[in-house]
Ligand binder design. Structure first.
Ligand code: ZN
Length: 163
């Protein structure tokens, strides 16, 4: 170890070999100086170290779910992909339950898999995206179908899949 100072981050304390994706996991609730709660969720779509969503498909899911999720869950601040490409961080105002979040994610993934067309995907030109050539709706749809077939659990360690 060097003497570089790093804060401890919960995500790296999670034993990724014990989880069973796809799942929604509440990581932490934090409170601001005025008492407002912000909750951070681990939206894990792919089993860690068993696979990863290719960048183009993940990028298209990211752009599309940004709009879809906000029509289904109130208080969404951000949903951004993990660098490991196995899922997303979701940050929301308040403290919605994992089941409510999982239902909103499931319904959003269903729309991507079954209804979204290329014309629906926002940010697919040089003006509105930082890497607009790297998109794949085909890959996004395939991966959403795979996740939906497996089901989204509200327990990260024990499969408890939403109906
Ligand atoms: Zn983009």
């Amino acid at each position: 170890m060097s003497d570089v100072e790093l804060a401890e981050v919960e995500s790296f304390a999670l034993d990724h070999t014990l989880v069973r994706a796809p799942y929604v996991r509440k990581i932490a609730v934090e409170h601001g100086p005025k008492g407002d709660a912000i909750t951070n969720y681990d939206i894990r779509l792919v089993q860690p170290n068993a696979g990863e969503i290719p960048t183009a498909g993940l990028h298209t899911i990211e752009h599309t779910i940004a709009g879809l999720l906000r029509t289904r869950l109130s208080g969404v601040i951000d949903i951004s992909p993990f660098g490991c490409r196995t899922g997303f961080h979701l940050i929301v105002w308040g403290e919605p339950e994992a089941a409510e979040v999982a239902a909103a994610i499931k319904s959003s993934l269903e729309d991507i898999a079954e209804r979204v067309t290329w014309e629906d995907v926002p940010g697919t030109d040089a003006k509105s995206c930082g890497n607009y050539r790297d998109h794949s709706l085909h890959s996004a749809k395939e991966w959403c179908r795979t996740v939906l077939t497996q089901g989204i659990s509200v327990d990260p360690f024990d499969r408890s899949v939403l109906a």
